[in-house]
Design a protein around this ligand. Structure first.
Ligand code: 5AD
Ligand code: SF4
Length: 493
């Protein structure tokens, strides 16, 4: 009988991709993916360390499994990813029933680690080197980019895929643990990326999102001495047959070059959507965060994006309550959100991370209630801005890549005929509309009729030719979808 695998994922898109790849590689070893932890032979947690809350969630999930593991000592519990790399042996001290601790740079070893636990019953630790304790080259080597063969059935959607173009980060923003847990910045060779995109397209994928912590810092030095940047990479993969949309996240403001913006404008498949986190609207705070730019620089960059890429949508991230953030500093973030015209912003309360410069140098001196209030206030301003943007789009016809039934439709009994579907525009706006579930994976034109701060609601204008298009994808994906479609919330073809 096939061994059963359960995996729980928290954190960013990088983690979602890592989990997809881990499941793909274990399935090739004969594992079957299931959705009940206590039924599984191998229980994995792919973890995040960016904020304390994400870590707490994992420790409580591990706590809930403790007695289960005592009753079934043969089951294997593994902690993967950022928290594994950060906490290392500490995880086993807090949760001694954990068998495997495997960092982000060691995921390729997972099948071997599982086999070792099965054979010996002994816990296995697979970690990359500490950045402070070895040469850059040795640390780089210890953080291997994890890019095994992909499996279409393991993607959250067969029509969309993440593609890693780099790992790690060298920016060392003072609040951020990522450079420690994901290691030095390393770009993947463009040929490998292009081959992966071709493979995905061959499997029916229409939209690829290139991933990197600072994706616009991508650089690959070729043997002939030329340096390939993100703009070159976009041009290289642009003509891949079958790919309709290319997005990339997340950008660092200082690396938003004119060349890149020109590529976004000139390459029709590259979507006019840029996620460029600013983190704060106050220069003093930005300095303490070591973000390497000022608010004025950021505003100029925004203006440059809009001038070079007409119609571009820009989203951002903010941290509220960073060390020393006064009411006056916070007011500057409010002012930026009120005037910058972000499509949306992700807002986070500062969470001190041991091992970062911020935690070492500055006191976490903004009380929790103040962080909470600032978070709500900033969100309220952003929501107003988002609503105004959305309302201005009423009457427009937008091109939507259909992702599947909306959350509301998923809760309803399946029936025949149109249901509520959801998808995204090229500018990353979420659109909800009524349609046949068979439209999933197609690009349709939708006229926007209503809007809230989070969603556009519309009516489908065209869809005939796309249904035909759908048929070829259906052929390649039917077996996988029949198996996984329902679980993924996709209609079974
Ligand atoms: N506390 C709160 N938010 C953080 N982020 C990164 N580190 C922290 C931290 N220590 C946020 C930043 C980043 C996003 C992914 O998470 O806004 O852009
Ligand atoms: Fe963290 Fe800064 Fe790197 Fe982003 S750029 S991953 S915030 S260190």
């Amino acid at each position: 009988m096939a061994k059963k695998l359960y995996i729980e994922t928290v954190g960013c898109q990088m983690n979602v991709l890592d989990s997809e790849l881990v499941v793909g590689s274990l399935r090739r070893q004969g594992y079957e993916l299931i959705h009940e932890a206590t039924e599984a032979d191998v229980i994995l947690f792919n973890t995040c360390s960016v904020r304390q809350h994400a870590e707490d969630k994992i420790y409580s999930a591990l706590g809930r499994l403790r007695s289960h593991k005592q009753r079934h000592p043969g089951k294997i519990v593994g902690v993967l990813g950022c928290m594994a790399q950060k906490d290392q042996e500490l995880i086993r001290r807090r949760a001694p029933h954990v068998d495997i601790v495997c960092g982000t740079g060691q995921l390729a070893r997972l099948p071997e680690l599982i086999a070792e636990v099965e054979k010996t019953g002994r816990p296995q630790l697979a970690l990359s080197l500490d950045r402070q304790e070895a040469s850059r080259l040795d640390v780089e080597r210890s953080f291997a980019s994890y890019d095994p063969l992909r499996e279409p059935s393991m993607r959250p959607s067969p029509y969309q895929a993440y593609v890693r173009i780099m790992i790690g980060c060298d920016k060392f923003c003072t609040y951020c643990i990522v450079p420690q847990v994901r290691g030095p910045e390393q770009s993947r060779p463009p040929e490998h990326i292009a081959a992966e995109v071709r493979q995905l397209a061959g499997e029916g994928c229409k939209e690829v999102t290139l991933l990197g912590q600072t994706v616009n810092s991508y650089k690959h030095d070729r043997a002939d001495g030329r340096r390939e940047r993100l703009a070159d990479l976009l041009a290289r993969i642009h003509d891949t047959a079958g790919i309709e949309r290319i997005k990339f996240i997340t950008n660092f403001p200082r690396d938003m070059s004119d060349d890149l913006l020109d590529a976004v404008r000139e390459l029709p498949k590259v979507c006019p959507y840029l996620h460029v986190p600013v983190q704060s609207g106050c220069n003093e705070v930005l300095k303490r965060m070591k973000r390497l730019y000022t608010v004025e620089y950021y505003r100029d960059m925004l203006a440059r994006c809009r001038e070079r890429v007409p119609g571009v949508a820009i989203s951002s991230d903010f941290i509220v309550g960073f060390c020393g953030e006064s009411e006056a500093s916070f007011a500057r973030s409010c002012d930026l959100v009120a005037t910058a015209g972000f499509k949306n912003s992700f807002i986070f309360k500062y969470s001190p991370r041991p091992g970062t410069k911020g935690d070492e140098l500055y006191a976490d001196d903004v009380p929790e209630e103040v962080k909470k209030r600032r978070n709500n206030e900033l969100l309220a301003i952003q929501n107003k801005v988002s609503l105004a943007d959305h309302l201005s789009r009423i009457g427009e016809v937008v091109e939507v890549l259909v992702e599947g039934p909306s959350k509301t439709a998923l809760k309803q009994e399946p029936g025949h005929g149109p249901i509520q579907l959801t998808g995204r525009t090229r500018t990353d706006h979420i659109v909800v509309f009524e349609g046949n579930p068979r439209l999933t994976g197609n690009t349709v034109s939708v006229r926007v009729a209503e809007a809230t701060a989070f969603t556009l609601f519309g009516i489908v204008e065209t869809s005939e030719q796309v249904v035909h298009d759908h048929a070829s994808v259906a052929q390649t994906l039917a077996p996988a979808q029949a198996k996984y479609g329902q679980r993924l919330g996709l209609p079974v073809l």
